[in-house]
Design a protein around this ligand. Structure first.
Ligand SMILES: [Fe+2]
Length: 273
């Protein structure tokens, strides 16, 4: 089982960055489509668009519709839940039974749980008691398969960059951390938001952050030839070994398949890979 994780495409329209953001998004999907073997799923961990606008979501949905693998989306702080839901209304996992865009995907050898960590009007994340309760219920629902959790805001201390904590309150991050660890069945946490590669732990659970697809917003030091190349993560699941994560660099020139970078995480900065 292979999951391609992309994040923080920050798609805009009518700005000087618009063309570049659309091109980077499109090249990333083309690169994923060219993978051999192909991924079983693509997860976008939020900040799909930059201003939450309906026309931005229409463009993003059109780009994601080109993906060969099933696509799962979750919101980031730049997203608008209502407009996101409207643009992806054909996806049956976006059930309107909750204010939050939280869901479980049961189709794979590892269960996938997407958690909505957005606090409306804030850049930092949040997590509520009702979400924690539901997460534990979902975790309990099936004892045999391990679980990978996807969030926009990383629920751990990020030790690269100036911001170490990405939640509004330490209490809300602690609530999420406790719920993640409650049953010992969650084996990986994959996040975005920070715009740079990072690795950490939630208790004993390995956790990582994928850099942003929008290269003009990317943080960290990259060699000149990589500065305009989007980076995404491939999470390969093996029942014995668990998840192994690989960074992939999308070539901005030449073939859409790009070039591959096999540097494993933890990689605080891809400049060293
Ligand atoms: Fe972002």
């Amino acid at each position: 089982m292979i999951i391609a994780q992309i994040s923080d495409t920050h798609l805009t329209l009518d700005t000087p960055e618009a063309e570049r953001r659309i091109r980077e998004f499109a090249l990333t999907i083309a690169d994923i489509n060219a993978l051999d073997p192909p991924p079983d799923a693509i997860v976008h961990t939020g900040d799909i668009v930059h201003n939450g606008r309906r026309d931005e979501y229409a463009q993003a949905a059109a780009l994601l519709a080109k993906a060969h693998a099933p696509v799962y989306v979750l919101p980031g702080n730049k997203d608008d839940r209502a407009n996101l839901r409207a643009a992806f209304s054909g996806r049956d996992y976006l059930t309107p039974d909750s204010e939050f865009i939280d869901y479980v995907v049961e189709d794979f050898p590892a269960r996938l749980i997407a958690l909505d960590t957005v606090r409306s009007g804030a850049n930092r994340g949040d997590f509520r008691a009702e979400q924690a309760q539901r997460l534990v219920e979902w975790t309990d629902a099936e004892p045999d398969r391990p679980i990978a959790v996807f969030t926009h805001h990383p629920p751990f201390e990020v030790t690269v960059g100036p911001d170490r904590f990405h939640f509004e309150t330490t209490e809300s991050m602690a609530l999420l951390q406790q719920a993640l660890q409650r049953r010992g069945r969650i084996v990986a946490v994959f996040s975005g938001h920070v715009h740079r590669a990072a690795a950490g732990r939630v208790g004993t659970i390995p956790a990582s952050v994928v850099p942003c697809i929008a290269t003009s917003l990317r943080k960290g030091d990259y060699p000149p030839r990589m500065k305009t190349c989007p980076v995404y993560h491939l999470h390969r699941f093996d029942p014995v070994w668990g998840f192994v994560t690989e960074s992939r660099v999308v070539g901005m020139q030449g073939s859409a398949a790009g070039e591959q970078n096999n540097a494993p995480i933890p990689a605080a900065s891809l400049a060293h890979s």
